[in-house]
Ligand binder design. Structure first.
Ligand SMILES: Cc1cc2nc3c(=O)[nH]c(=O)nc-3n(C[C@H](O)[C@H](O)[C@H](O)COP(=O)(O)O)c2cc1C
Length: 375
């Protein structure tokens, strides 16, 4: 089934996974340079923060003037708040697509029954989805959802979540093929993606988890029958992965990894875009994590890496980039070196007695959850 979001049909069935603290305007612009015409999802914003707007939320919801579609991920577990937040961003003409996050395993959220805990309560889940779709529909804005296999190996909810999403008129769904308990550890269980695809027949099902190279994406589609892929950590420090993915999906040879000289040019451009987005001080501090991802798999030495991790100005960055040997090649298998989150398993925090009754629709209190990182 083709992935279509509203009037947008991507050139390949590939979506940038929303990543808090990463997938801002600057990062998405770098990805688009390598592969225009895909779906690149913004950083997650809290529904409460969208309703009680502040300058930081406004900046997080920014899109480039030429960006299409403008995809925004929202988090919230109160149907009324989600409905209002979705209505506002749609009415203000800010977005072309809203994605909802039901995969967040952060203890401060699941402890109150939010995030990854919501799919365990199908009535609550349905109420949230209904509110979001009801608010977005009059504006023609498609709503999608991203979720995990379940809370624990004993409580798989991906199939019930998929069916509710289908019933409530979502445009597509994406499965991060891990439980909340797994967090980011081990391997994603792609068989769960195949199960979801078999259970949900009327909307596209996207697979997510452990796509490090373009060939992983086509392998996931072949193994599971999924309609497209969502790519997170594999593109950290590697925005060219999206070009590779387009090549793989359109039957063209996938280019080899860039030499370090090309990586340095991308780093410089990315840092400049980040300065435009965040201002110089914040941008360079934020860029430090990206330097470690860009240099992953290139033998540059710990001392130089350490200096990149402390960079504070664009001039300093230029000096450091000049010290890199542009002819350095990626070590064999360097693409597959894990980056971003790798930790887990975790003990999932839940409200007392949360799993005793799964048929209630009590609304979790996430009024004080204004900033989060995770999915
Ligand atoms: C730094 C970071 C931040 C993330 N933030 C979010 C988020 O805000 N919303 C979300 O749905 N998932 C979030 N995720 C999860 C990813 O979207 C994705 O589901 C996960 O990394 C698995 O895909 P991957 O193996 O391709 O990385 C985050 C992941 C990372 C590494």
């Amino acid at each position: 089934m083709d992935l279509v979001l509203g009037g947008f049909r991507p050139v390949a069935p590939v979506v940038l996974a929303p990543m808090a603290g990463v997938t801002n305007t600057a990062f998405r612009a770098m990805c688009r340079r390598f592969a225009p015409g895909l779906v690149y999802v913004n950083e997650m914003v809290m529904a409460t923060a969208v309703v009680h707007r502040n300058p930081k939320t406004d900046r997080m919801m920014a899109f480039a003037p030429d960006e299409a579609p403008r995809s925004l991920q929202m988090y919230g577990s109160d149907p009324v708040m989600i409905g209002e937040a979705v209505r506002r961003v749609c009415a203000e003409g800010r977005v072309d697509h809203v994605d909802l996050n039901f995969g967040c395993p952060a203890a401060k959220v699941t402890r109150k029954g939010g995030g990854a805990a919501v799919p365990a309560k199908p009535k609550l889940l349905r109420a949230i989805l209904r509110a979001a779709v009801g608010a977005a529909d009059p504006y023609g804005v498609p709503v999608t959802a991203k979720f995990r296999i379940g809370l624990t190996p004993a409580l798989h909810t991906h199939l019930s979540t998929g069916r509710v999403a289908e019933d409530e008129g979502l445009a597509a769904i994406a499965l991060h093929a891990r439980t909340a308990e797994q967090h980011y550890a081990g391997e994603a269980d792609w068989t769960a993606i195949g199960e979801l695809k078999a259970a949900v027949s009327t909307i596209p099902v996207l697979g997510n988890g452990d796509i490090w190279e373009a060939a992983d994406a086509t392998a996931m589609v072949a193994a599971t029958g999924c309609d497209g892929v969502v790519v997170g950590r594999g593109c950290l420090g590697r925005p060219w992965l999206f070009r590779d993915l387009v090549h793989a999906f359109t039957g063209r040879p996938v280019p080899g990894p860039p030499l370090l000289g090309e990586v340095a040019e991308v780093m410089r451009d990315h840092a400049h875009l980040l300065v435009d987005h965040l201002g110089p001080g914040l941008a360079l501090r934020d860029f430090r994590k990206h330097t470690s991802w860009y240099l992953t798999g290139y033998p540059v030495g710990g001392a130089l890496r350490g200096r990149f991790a402390q960079v504070s100005t664009l001039d300093e960055l230029d000096d450091l980039l000049a010290e890199l040997d542009p002819g350095t090649a990626l070590v064999p298998g360097g693409q597959r070196i894990r980056r971003g989150h790798t930790n887990g398993p975790i003990k999932v925090a839940l409200p007392d007695g949360y799993l005793d009754r799964l048929d209630d629709d009590a609304v979790p209190d996430d009024a004080d959850v204004m900033a989060l990182s995770g999915g």
